[in-house]
Write a protein that binds this ligand. Structure first.
Ligand SMILES: [Zn+2]
Length: 405
């Protein structure tokens, strides 16, 4: 050995080892780069929150059109991105006169899309139907009702939405219901006109959801509502599109004790891709942008646009300014790592909020960017088994544990 070493001076050995290590790392990263796409396409990929239904109704789009450049998602891009399961959000804000009717109109739209494209998508109501659709290479389309106001304080409306396929209901959107306070109102005294949390009716609703097999969604709810609901439910909860408060202290992100409670409950937190829920400085940058364009936003709202769509219009009009507001892609993975470190890999998934958000991190341009998450997870050292859990198996487990046989 000494003889061999003498043949190569120490500095040469060092550079040889260095070259060897570099080649190995290059080999590993190349192998990973080639590996991520097959892994992504083979895995069950589920996204628990997409707002293309509301966007389509607002703008007269249809999911089966080519909407590239106009939206984050459409049927063919979802297929290209390897999405197997999509929960479509049924949503209207608190100002709608007849929210239950509005919700049904959105569900009618989803059924029309599924009927027109029966070889490419199917509405699924049970884990067995989900698995069947995926096996037939169809998009398994699910319904999530975003906002308890859509049942109009009536349990029979809840039953009716369940019958039509709704498999989660977000107890509140930004607006409180008479039986549950929202995160937005709990954190703003001037908006809240009721005690914080779930009242008895709210608890009855959670119990009824458990009986039906409708997942209780705790995105958007106030902290007190969160605790009341998690203490009432007998089944694991879904958090369909939220992020980590510690990394981005926004009113509707989850604090550490809430994240731990979801872990204990067996629930799953699905990460929202909205820049403002990931990056603690984003809102400041965005506020300045909106302030600059305030007269235009005001006139759009006066003309009858909902606030979200007025802001979205401004976003589309000033695309170049908007680009500079976006945070780095790595932030999404930081939120994911944080939850995994706190409660483990069995309790995290993806809830993009695509087509309900005006800004996402760099590179996450639309649904076709989803495989980049698989690539980034490999780069961060997650095993194939764990990646599959994050991409969709955790959601399937949650859905199965909620379903009533
Ligand atoms: Zn939302």
């Amino acid at each position: 050995m000494k003889y061999i070493l003498r043949m190569f001076p120490a500095n040469k050995i060092k550079s040889f080892v260095y070259i060897l290590m570099c080649s190995f790392l290059l080999f590993v990263s190349k192998a990973q780069a080639q590996e991520y796409l097959p892994l992504h396409l083979r895995a069950l990929v589920a996204d628990t929150h997409n707002d293309i239904l509301s966007t389509s109704l607002e703008k007269g789009y249809s999911f089966d059109q080519d909407l590239k450049g106009k939206t984050h998602s459409d049927l063919s891009r979802m297929r290209e991105a390897g999405v197997d399961v999509q929960v479509f959000s049924v949503w209207c804000d608190g100002t709608q006169q007849h929210p239950f009717q509005f919700a049904n109109r959105e569900i009618d739209t989803l059924y029309a899309w599924a009927q027109r494209n029966s070889s490419a998508m199917a509405i699924v109501k049970t884990p067995a139907e989900l698995k069947k659709a995926v096996k037939q290479h169809k998009l398994a389309a699910m319904i999530g009702v975003e906002g308890g106001h859509m049942i109009e304080n009536n349990l029979s409306n809840l039953d009716s939405l369940f019958k039509r396929g709704a498999r989660y209901m977000t107890l509140t959107w930004n607006n409180s219901t008479p039986w549950a306070s929202s995160a937005m109102e709990e954190t703003n005294d001037s908006l809240l006109h009721q005690p914080k949390g779930l009242n008895d009716t709210g608890k009855q609703i959670v119990k009824r959801m458990n009986e039906l097999g409708m997942m209780v969604d705790l995105s958007h709810v106030g902290e007190q509502t969160f605790w009341d609901a998690i203490n009432t439910t007998t089944k694991p909860v879904i958090v369909s599109h939220s992020c980590v408060y510690r990394l981005c202290p926004i009113f509707r992100n989850l604090k550490d004790d809430q994240i731990k409670a979801v872990g204990k409950n067996g629930g799953v937190i699905h990460l929202n891709f909205y820049s403002g829920f990931l990056d603690s400085n984003f809102m400041k940058r965005q506020d300045a942008f909106f302030a600059k364009h305030k007269p235009e936003i005001d006139s759009l709202e006066k003309a009858g646009k909902q606030e979200f769509f007025a802001q979205e219009y401004i976003y589309e009009k000033y695309k170049d300014e908007v680009q500079s507001l976006r945070p780095p892609f790595s932030l999404l993975l930081d939120h994911l790592d944080y939850i995994v470190k706190l409660i483990g890999v069995d309790h995290v998934g993806l809830g993009s909020d695509f087509d309900g958000i005006t800004s996402s991190p760099q590179q996450l341009d639309d649904v076709t960017s989803l495989p980049l998450i698989t690539k980034a997870l490999l780069e961060r050292g997650y095993s194939n088994k764990d990646i599959k859990k994050i991409l969709g198996e955790n959601f399937l487990r949650l859905f199965s544990e909620n379903a009533v046989r």
